[in-house]
Design a protein around this ligand. Structure first.
Ligand code: GCV
Length: 670
């Protein structure tokens, strides 16, 4: 680890350069064929290669090859290339040559990082032979950073983009861009979707210069900068009385504003919009649809090649808890399905993975694939809002794999979520994946060093949805630490089982919530039960769960058959979602033969025990990972064990008190 104010994460070249022969620098050479050698992205690729491969006697050729698909690459190592006439002159006397071919600069950069990964994980670069094309056209990070330096749902310190209502740009910004490019990210939204106060001015002269500077740094690494937009800007910035998307004065205002924005930020990717959601302004105020709002902005920004990413997180957040007919889970589909086909070509809907809000277990949003004539992208959250605040270990890639692998039945083939969001289902170009990011200005970027596996993993998965959770975990472990095989396996196992452990000690069988309101860490079983947020477990003395069947809220019917039927029947509903879809008596027998109440007791004790085992396993890493990392993670495991203890005892005691049914094993329940 370097002694700067931030770590180098998985790109810690320095510590990996072989110091054996005392000579570390300048052995590597990079040649450029077909690309403009002065291109900023090619220059970045060259810089990274020179740093990372400094101790290898190698020539890397970055070569343009128009036959390769957009942003894809082939990387081929070949010791004998110096014999090959085509490359003989270029390669000279280098011991090894590696040819990176791509049709565009981003592909060349990703190919360079592929080679660097191989080198850092101690593979033989002379025999590398990899071809990849990105699974998703858009691979984005969404920051929920505010301009005062706070981060909404941030668990890793403060923002490294903002301080005191200003934009901060320094070497850390460059490292951040490098990290993102190294895992294939090509778009970053730099501000919170809740656009308030100074952030509304990001589209004004007050911040253009700084945003441009940031955008230039991103550009060096093939990343487009995007801004979250305040839909009420015509009122807040323009002094208009309304922000009605069909009002001619409002349209004119946006035409001028977007022109001004692109005059200053010609490479802006576009805007992300949270409208009509949790108090944010939107078209509903004027009796307009979400499509009216998105298309108005889309049509204007199309003139500059920009796109509008419109979030589908729209629901009634002022629900009366007594009202059992209204179901927040239904909202996304109810608001957006009827408008399918009406969104213009440069508009894309961004859909959270589940219908509620990033719980540890939710069904897949029925909007994904429910829409068949609309550009759509998947939104996941690696900021661990409901999944342990980057205190508790929770490797989320297995969850994302489940989401991507879900068969929607929107057509007979190419119908998984991965197909839909990659553009394969509908043959559309605007498609992809976005993650609410988990970074901050902590030394290790992610609060818990191990949470960087989610940061790395999301990028890698968005680039290549065929990678397994284990492959990604192993790759990250190898790049980040220098462990023997036994400890490497141990850490990979710890990551792989962590999500399930968190699920076991927190809220059971897909019911979700039961968290401390507002903060969302730790248990509060009734915390949201009598609130306005539409997040209820409906427990009484006989059972719990929400009836979302055709006899209940009807949510299950938003899926295509056979998913709709499967969820509708408690006997065929996957048990890990049983309480999401059904109100079930405590005495209900699960497939294992256990009653529901006994399962709740058992799984909570088990989860708590497994959290203790995780903490215990970590002890073996002392002296094997940097001390700073060891201490940080040890402390977090201590907190996790306390958290798991509270969850276990509070959930078990709550349901014991509600049901009056004893634990068969007579363990302490209060
Ligand atoms: C950015 C949840 C979070 C909010 C977040 C919102 C959203 O409700 O708790 O902090 O706001 O999701 O996704 O817009």
């Amino acid at each position: 680890m370097s002694e700067k104010g931030w770590s180098q994460l998985w790109l810690d070249y320095e510590s990996k350069i072989s110091k054996n022969d005392g000579e570390t620098a300048d052995k590597v050479s990079v040649a450029v064929k077909g690309f403009d050698a002065d291109n900023r992205v090619i220059k970045s690729a060259e810089r990274e290669l020179k740093k990372a491969l400094a101790d290898l006697d190698i020539t890397v050729v970055l070569e343009k090859d128009s036959d390769i698909s957009k942003e894809g690459y082939t990387v081929k190592g070949c010791a004998e290339l110096s014999q090959n006439d085509e490359y003989k002159e270029t390669v000279g006397n280098s011991e090894v040559a590696v040819i990176v071919k791509a049709s565009d600069e981003n592909g060349a950069l990703y190919g360079a990082f592929q080679l660097i990964r191989s080198k850092l994980t101690k593979e033989d670069v002379a025999t590398i032979n990899v071809s990849k094309a990105p699974s998703n056209p858009l691979r984005m990070m969404n920051h929920w950073d505010n301009m005062d330096g706070s981060i909404e749902r941030g668990y890793s310190g403060r923002s490294f983009f903002y301080e005191n209502d200003n934009i901060v740009i320094n070497k850390r910004t460059v490292d951040y861009a490098r990290f993102m490019a190294s895992v294939g990210i090509n778009g970053i939204v730099i501000n919170n979707v809740n656009v308030k106060w100074a952030a509304s001015d990001l589209i004004t002269i007050r911040f253009f210069d700084k945003v441009k500077e940031l955008s230039d740094i991103f550009e060096d690494y093939g990343i487009k900068l995007y801004l979250s937009l305040n839909f009420a800007s015509p009122i807040e910035l323009g002094g208009l009385e309304v922000c009605d998307p069909l009002d001619s004065g409002v349209i004119k205002w946006w035409e001028n504003k977007i022109k001004e924005v692109y005059d200053h930020l010609p490479n802006l990717g576009g805007f992300l919009v949270k409208a009509d959601s949790e108090g944010r302004p939107g078209p509903f105020t004027y009796g307009r649809t979400q499509a009216d709002g998105a298309n108005m902005l889309g049509d204007i920004i199309a003139n500059y090649g920009g796109i509008i990413i419109w979030r589908c997180f729209v629901y009634n957040c002022t629900q009366d808890w007594r009202d059992t007919k209204t179901d927040r889970a239904r909202a996304g589909y109810d608001y957006f399905k009827d408008l399918d086909g009406q969104y213009h070509d440069n508009v894309i809907l961004q859909i959270k993975n589940g219908p509620m809000d990033f719980q540890i277990r939710e069904p897949i949003s029925p909007l994904l694939g429910g829409l068949t004539r609309t550009n759509q992208m998947l939104e996941v959250q690696i900021a661990q809002e409901y999944t342990g605040h980057q205190i508790d270990l929770c490797y989320l890639i297995p969850m994302f794999k489940e989401v991507l692998g879900f068969k929607t039945y929107c057509q007979t083939e190419n119908d998984t979520v991965a197909d839909v969001v990659s553009g394969r289902t509908m043959g559309n170009k605007l498609a992809g994946m976005a993650a609410v990011i988990n970074t901050g200005n902590d030394y290790n970027w992610t609060g818990n060093d191990l949470a960087a596996a989610n940061l790395y993993g999301f990028g890698r998965l968005a680039f290549d949805t065929d990678l397994s959770s284990e492959e990604i975990a192993r790759e990250w472990v190898r790049l980040t630490f220098d462990l023997d095989k036994e400890l490497e396996d141990k850490l990979v196992d710890m990551l792989l089982c962590s999500r399930e452990i968190y699920e076991k000690y927190s809220s059971p069988l897909g019911i979700g919530w039961m968290v401390t309101p507002g903060d969302h860490y730790g248990p509060s079983v009734d915390g949201y039960e009598y609130s306005r947020w539409g997040t209820y477990h409906r427990a009484d003395h006989l059972g719990l769960g929400v009836d979302r069947t055709d006899k209940g809220t009807g949510y299950a019917q938003q899926y295509y058959k056979p998913n709709a039927d499967m969820y509708n029947d408690p006997k065929t509903c996957p048990e890990n979602l049983l309480l999401f879809f059904h109100h079930i008596p405590y005495t209900w027998k699960l497939k294992s033969g256990k009653t529901l109440i006994q399962y709740i007791y058992d799984v909570h004790f088990e989860g708590y025990e497994e959290a203790r085992e995780l903490a215990n396993s970590w002890k073996a890493f002392e002296g094997k990972v940097p001390q700073r990392t060891f201490n940080c993670v040890s402390h977090r495991f201590e907190l996790q064990v306390n958290n798991a203890h509270e969850w276990c005892d509070q959930v078990n005691s709550y349901f014991y008190r509600k049901s009056g049914i004893e634990d068969e094993l007579k363990r302490p329940i209060f």
